[in-house]
Ligand binder design. Structure first.
Ligand code: PMP
Length: 428
């Protein structure tokens, strides 16, 4: 028995399901998760010291590759000054100024500790600003695990085949309206049926929690227009896309200006961080300036700010980084597409920049219902084959692959060789 299995056998006795976040569990692919002891560059190393090329990248934040030496150096130096003060620090001002002076739609920003907190706070703020209660979200989008957003949710809920969670009172989701991704009419109808009551539309501008689903041409622009017409705020949840699809995220890439934006893990360079920001007149409602209460003892933690600041600087101040990530995405996902065609597999590859996934369906996936047509058993076979051949993927059809700068041409070629072997093994 390998050490990951042994650790899982121990873990399940003390941690529900053996994991501290369900998306790590590999039950749906029928095995114990790899327990990771370390990571460097494009690799993670498991408890048996086996090395894998990693396409999880901590679910996004390791965009420079694992254990980037410059980020690590800043973290060590910050640690030497103290791990947490629960008080204001210069590092918080630096990072807020850095982001607000580079991303035009973020005029003010507040740091929190996770994507869940960021979204929960942005929703509260949108409700406080508009003095309305209802929100529109999209089926298959995931916005963290706060009560009101566990409706038709993607990610771990979709993997488990459940739309929401037990323990959420009906009252908490009564004001959450669910629309169809890439379907503006479904949003229009909800606005019409709830006139003057919708505080905000929240959307993953590129959906990455039902696999990767791209917004069709005009979808985001249409949402912007519908929100403006109806006096509702547009919230882009850029927990995955922020600082990845461009420094200014999907908003910059698609040239759409949201009113509020939520960020997550990438801001912390791997430390637990989230943030929400947007128009000043809205952000000024947040306590202690305004009546929308939101707080956090460890928010803006100095070690997390040091890691985040260094990562953001490396991203913003090296003009080649985004074109390199783009080229890596084109090489890997384009290569996978070609192999799927060559071996005539009933799969599609959905990708943008460094984000992508293989859908085990021949349908062109535009929304939650189409994503659900995927053959999850075939996905499990693919996952196991890739793992056995040294490639570490997210263990679910309904998650994304993340590339980093450490995924060099050589690493991508090795991955494509394994993928070709996989294609051969199933096409016979
Ligand atoms: N929003 C999106 C788009 C996410 O992908 C996630 C998690 N991956 C969250 C919010 C929640 O973030 P966290 O897990 O840090 O709470």
């Amino acid at each position: 028995m390998d050490r990951s299995q042994q650790l899982m056998d121990r873990a399940v006795k003390f941690i529900p399901g053996g994991v501290n976040s369900p998306v790590r569990a590999c039950g749906n692919v029928g095995m114990a998760p790899r327990f990771i002891q370390g990571a460097t560059g494009p690799y993670v190393i498991d408890a048996d010291s086996r090395r894998y090329i990693d396409y999880i990248c901590s679910w996004g934040p390791m965009i420079l590759g694992h254990n980037n030496p410059e980020v690590l150096d800043k973290v060590i130096r910050a640690c030497e000054n103290g791990l947490s003060f629960g008080a204001a620090t210069e590092a918080e001002v630096d990072i807020a100024e850095y982001i607000c002076t580079r991303i035009p739609h973020v005029e003010m920003i507040r740091m929190v500790n996770s994507g869940t907190e960021a979204v929960m706070s942005a929703i509260r703020l949108a409700r406080g600003y508009t003095k309305r209660d209802k929100i529109i979200k999209f089926a298959g989008n995931y916005h963290g695990h706060s009560d009101c957003l566990l409706v038709d949710a993607g990610s771990g809920l979709m993997t488990a085949g459940i739309p929401g969670s037990a323990g959420v009172p009906a009252g908490c989701t009564a004001d959450t309206l669910s629309a169809v991704y890439n379907d503006l009419d479904s949003v229009k109808k909800l606005f019409e049926a709830n006139e003057g009551k919708v505080a905000a539309v929240i959307v993953e501008p590129v959906a990455a929690n039902m696999g990767v689903v791209l917004p069709e041409k005009g979808f985001l622009k249409g949402l912007r227009e519908l929100c403006t017409q109806n006096g509702a705020l547009l919230i882009f949840d850029e927990v995955i896309t922020g600082f990845r699809l461009a420094f200014g995220g999907a908003a910059e890439r698609f040239k759409i200006k949201p009113d509020l934006v939520t960020y997550g893990k990438i801001i912390g360079g791997g430390m637990p961080v989230g943030a929400y920001g947007g128009r000043k007149e809205i952000m000024e409602l947040v306590a202690p300036l305004g009546p929308v209460y939101q707080a956090g003892t460890l928010s803006g933690n100095p070690v997390a700010m040091a890691a985040g600041m260094e990562q953001l600087k490396l991203l913003a101040e090296n003009p080649d980084i985004y074109s390199k990530l783009e080229a890596a995405g084109e090489k890997l996902y384009g290569g996978m597409e070609n192999l799927i065609r060559q071996y005539d597999l009933p799969c599609t590859v959905s990708h943008i920049g460094s984000l992508g996934c293989v859908f085990f369906t021949s349908a062109e996936v535009k929304n939650y219902e189409l994503a659900k047509t995927s053959d999850t058993e075939a996905f499990a076979g693919y996952y196991k084959f890739m793992l056995e051949h040294g490639i570490h993927l997210a263990p679910s059809q309904f998650e994304a692959m993340f590339l980093s700068l450490a995924h060099t041409d050589e690493i991508l070629d090795q991955t494509l060789e394994v993928f070709e072997d996989y294609c051969k093994s199933v096409s016979a």
